[in-house]
Structures are given as C-alpha cells and as structure tokens.
Design a protein around this ligand. Structure first.
Ligand SMILES: [Fe+2]
Length: 301
C-alpha cells in the first residue's frame, strides 16, 4: 500500500513539475513585448531638458522589440548614433529597429539612406526601411511611406503649393542633383515604391499577424484639420490598398495629434509621441503603446 501511494505521489509531483516547466517556457518564449513608437523628436526633448523615458526604464528594458517609426531627430549625421545609443543600452542589443520619417532627412540628403543605416548600426540598432521584422507570430512591415499628394485640392495644385509651406521641401536636399531642394515628385515616387514593397510583403504567405508600420498616415480620416490644405503632406487615402492587401493593423505617426480609427477591418493606430511642449506625460504614452504577441492568452481571431 505504501509503495502504491508513493508511486502515485511521485507521478503527481512529476505532473506538477511538467506543467510548471510548460508554463515557464510559454512565459519565456511566447509572450513577447513590443513597442512601435514614432515622432520621438529626441533633439527637441534634449533642448527642452526633459527625458521622455523617465519612469519607464523598466518597461523599456522588458521589451523584446522597439520599432522607431521615423522622426528620431533632425540632423541625423550628428545626432542619430548619439541619441540611439542610450536607447539600445536600455532595451538591449539587436532589439531596436529604426526607419526614417521626414525629419530624419532634415539638414541631410534624401539620397543618402545608406549612411542612415550606418548611423543606426554604430549605435547597435538596425535600419529597417523597406524591411520586415518578425517577432513570434507577428510580422512588422516597415517603410516611411511619404504620400501620394492627392488629398484636398489634388496633386497638380499640391505639388506647387505644399513645397512653399512645408519644411520638407526646404530642409531636405538632393546631393546627387547639386544639393538642390527635394521635389514633391521624388517623395511621390518613394511613396509608390514603399507601397509596392508593402503590397509585395503582404502577398507572401505568413502564419500570423501582419502589421504595417509607416511614418506617414494611411488615411485622411485620422487627420485633424490642417491649415492651408496641407493634408496631402500628412496622409494618403489608402482605403482601396487596405481592402485589397488586408493587413491586420497599421501603425503610423507623423501627425502627432492624429486619431486612431478602423478602415476596412484594419485598425489604424497613431503611435506618435510628439514635441515636448505637447506631451505632459510621456511615460503614460509609452506604457499605453506597449503590446505583446499574446500567443498563449488570446489566440488571433
Ligand atoms: Fe514626421
């Protein structure tokens, strides 16, 4: 009888141990935390003598992936490596990915992306413009996007009017064309290339969720009103693209106060931080945007 009880007791102990091992493995391997954030504008925060990461260091240390979706800073040649290094130290080597927004080309060259990649690399971050990042069952399809310049009064008027109002077409230069100012035709062409890249990646089979991450916005309804018909510099109407290509979600920045909405079943989420004057509680903003892959807790619908 004693041996019988001992046998079943040891079976029970083994079973509990096995369940614990399974649970620990799931905890450690399947629930991955990520943060997509745009518009950190860390040079502005530095000028303002504020640290936007204050109080959320532990949450950042706990991340498995940080994607910076453009507008880390102006003057990337002088600032990207220096500003990225403490973030990489906090989050961990290999976990920080970045692609540029419009500001990351300011006082810089539109045709020198290879150097942006070097600045990121020097800090231990990875440059992911027009690249896919995978985390467990989630893939992030990353590209700056720019716009098609069609919103409002239409492209013909926009390509003449917007360069007179937007710094993009003054502060960004084209080195290969004698350092002249950037043209809207060049950002429109990049927009087309970025959309082709995103469509191509979404067409590839993937057993999981596909999240598109861009700097510019994919829909006009996310925008609040801009003066002087400048909507076309901030967003494009990608309703038809979303309907055809079916991403599960789309994270974007660029327009700091934009709304998050759902279009064609796809959740469009504004992940901007913004300028220090506009953000009273950066910690709450960071914490609200941290998500996890939730493989075990809530399977994808
Ligand atoms: Fe921007």
């Amino acid at each position: 009888m004693g041996l019988y009880v001992l046998f079943f007791a040891s079976l029970k102990i083994w079973h509990v141990f096995y369940q614990f091992t399974l649970y620990t493995r799931q905890e450690n391997e399947e629930i991955m935390k990520y943060l997509c954030i745009a518009d950190l504008h860390l040079d502005f925060w530095e000028d303002d003598k504020r640290n936007p990461f204050e109080g959320c260091e532990e949450a950042l240390e706990d991340l498995d992936l940080l994607i910076i979706a453009g507008d880390l800073s102006n003057k990337p040649q002088k600032r990207w490596t220096r500003l990225l290094t403490p973030l990489v130290d906090l989050v961990g080597s290999g976990k920080v990915k970045i692609f540029p927004g419009n500001h990351d080309f300011y006082q810089y060259r539109f045709d020198a992306e290879d150097r942006l990649s070097e600045f990121a690399d020097a800090a231990g971050a990875e440059y992911v413009n027009r690249k896919v990042v995978e985390l467990e069952d989630t893939r992030f399809i990353c590209a700056t996007l720019w716009t098609d310049m069609e919103l409002g009064p239409g492209r013909t008027r926009n390509i003449h009017h917007i360069p007179t109002r937007m710094n993009d077409y003054r502060a960004i230069r084209h080195a290969g064309a004698g350092y002249r100012r950037l043209w809207p035709e060049e950002t429109i062409r990049t927009h087309k290339n970025d959309l082709d890249f995103i469509a191509g990646e979404l067409a590839k089979p993937f057993a999981g969720r596909s999240i598109v991450v861009t700097h510019h916005a994919p829909h006009p309804d996310v925008l609040n009103d801009y003066k002087e018909d400048l909507d076309a510099a901030y967003a494009s109407d990608l309703s038809a693209f979303i309907k055809t290509n079916k991403p599960d979600a789309w994270s974007f920045g660029h327009c700091h106060d934009a709304r998050s909405i759902t279009v064609e079943g796809c959740s469009l989420e504004n992940v901007s931080l913004g300028y220090p004057d506009d953000v009273l509680a950066p910690k709450e903003r960071f914490l609200s945007l941290i998500k996890d892959t939730e493989l075990r807790l809530s399977p994808r619908p």
